[in-house]
Design a protein around this ligand. Structure first.
Ligand code: MEV
Length: 455
């Protein structure tokens, strides 16, 4: 009887040999595509060809994109649109949005137009501080570590003097440095909390470089500090990294109007406002709803963050942590009625940049920033928050009136028509037909088949 473990191990090795590769990143792009096609696409030349079709015809432009990441094979297109008519603190903006979801741009534009006619978005920056941490292991007396830190705090700060020169010239730099005792949460765990201002940069590279430099300085200072018992109780640096949780890098946005101006879709202003407030209260009370409510906000937020070359994963992580700051995940936005005045508002943590990183490297991010009149990081925070609130308003408005599917399916119709192979003439006829008929995947498929058979 063969040993089953041996058979399994042999199969695993042969699987790895078939599908794994050494030195992939050093191969040319053509070689990478060939290997991928043979190994994972069953030799399908159509897929291989598609990878090539999406190359930019200008080699230099393509090279720029290839250099962003390792093993780039091609480009992945997403639509780039603008939502006009955003009146923000009295000024009109057209906001660039990169997103694939059919109804998002229409919804944002719609909400922007509505609020432009009702005073526009009012927004302000609350603060712009970000932080990073040097995480430490230390098993000795906490008072000794404290003494060490207080005696050497200045040296730690001075160690980033050269790194901070440019940032300080632009109004940023290290704001504070504190030792935090977290041993109640985790044995032997302390961290040094460093707060920064980073002017118009998102600042990730600057913050991380500062943290790593201070960590190296700390290590060398600690090895010479007589208070520490060598080996057993010297602080050990576990890691140094910025935090994407930025509750002190905060923007506020709000819209207000008399309740009577909200009458729509057969609802009086007061009925609409009360139902809207209730919907937002539900998103506060119930995370099942809160997550989806906030997803609507992120439809607007992510689309501008992407269009301007900012890091949407950092923004997502920070915002969802902020939505949980009370201990329960809940709505980011708030709605209320005070003496016949409706107010819809939100505070959002947004660590964004308009210089450095991809904002300057991606040509389309450059175009987005030009469309936005080359905003400062603070102005971009305000614009992004408005896109989020507009999107949230549009979604909740649909939910409490017509339901979300009507507008969504209207915008999705073209996708369905393309999916079912409709010709251009069928598409035009279908758009007319479905103005009065319910849109569903099945109805559209049947329409396309019937119409193209008849034609
Ligand atoms: C869909 O992308 C977003 C919505 O689900 C948001 C919401 O429910 O508020 C419509």
């Amino acid at each position: 009887m063969p040993d089953k473990r041996l058979i399994f191990a042999t199969q695993a090795v042969s699987f790895m040999n078939d599908k794994s590769i050494n030195g992939f990143s050093k191969r040319s792009k053509a070689e990478k595509i060939n290997w991928l096609t043979e190994t994972f696409l069953n030799g399908d030349q159509e897929s291989a060809n598609l990878l090539r079709v999406y190359w930019h015809e200008d080699e230099q432009r393509q090279k720029r994109h290839d250099e962003f990441i390792e093993n780039a094979l091609t480009n992945f297109f997403l639509p780039f649109a603008v939502a006009p008519n955003f009146k923000i603190n009295g000024e009109f903006h057209a906001i660039p949005l990169v997103i694939e979801e059919s109804s998002v741009v229409a919804a944002a534009s719609n909400a922007a137009k509505f609020w432009a006619a009702h005073g526009g978005f009012q927004t302000r920056i609350i603060s712009r501080t970000k932080s990073g941490q040097i995480h430490l292991n230390y098993s000795g007396e906490s008072a000794v570590l404290n003494d060490f830190f207080e005696q050497h705090k200045q040296q730690l700060k001075q160690s980033i003097g050269t790194l901070s020169k440019g940032m300080e010239a632009r109004g940023g730099g290290l704001v504070s440095l504190e030792l935090v005792d977290q041993t109640a949460q985790l044995d032997d765990y302390y961290y040094i909390d460093a707060k920064f201002e980073t002017a118009d940069a998102m600042g990730a590279n600057y913050i991380n470089s500062c943290l790593e430099t201070m960590a190296a300085t700390l290590k060398s200072l600690a090895s010479n500090f007589s208070g520490f018992v060598p080996e057993t109780a010297t602080p050990e640096v576990v890691m140094s990294i910025l935090s994407n949780y930025v509750p002190e890098c905060l923007v506020e946005v709000k819209v207000t109007c008399p309740v009577s101006e909200l009458a729509q879709e057969g609802l009086s202003g007061s009925e609409f406002a009360n139902k809207f407030v209730r919907a937002v209260e539900i998103a506060h009370a119930n995370p099942l709803r809160g997550v989806t409510h906030n997803k609507g906000i992120m439809n607007g937020v992510d689309a501008v963050v992407l269009a301007t070359g900012n890091d949407f994963r950092a923004i997502e992580a920070g915002i969802h942590a902020f939505a949980s700051r009370s201990g329960q995940y809940c709505s980011l936005s708030t709605a209320k009625i005070t003496q016949d005045e409706f107010e819809f508002s939100m505070q959002l943590p947004l660590a964004l940049g308009t210089v450095g990183g991809l904002t300057k490297l991606h040509p389309m991010a450059g175009v987005s920033l030009s469309i936005l009149q080359n905003p400062s990081a603070e102005q971009l925070m305000m614009i992004v928050a408005c896109a989020g609130l507009a999107q949230n308003f549009a979604a909740v408005r649909s939910l409490i009136t017509t339901g979300i599917q009507k507008g969504h399916m209207k915008m999705h119709l073209l996708n369905l028509l393309s999916q079912y192979g409709a010709t251009e003439s069928t598409k035009s006829l279908a758009i007319e037909h479905f103005k009065t008929q319910p849109i569903s995947a099945r109805n559209v498929a049947e329409y396309v088949v019937k119409h193209q058979q008849d034609a």
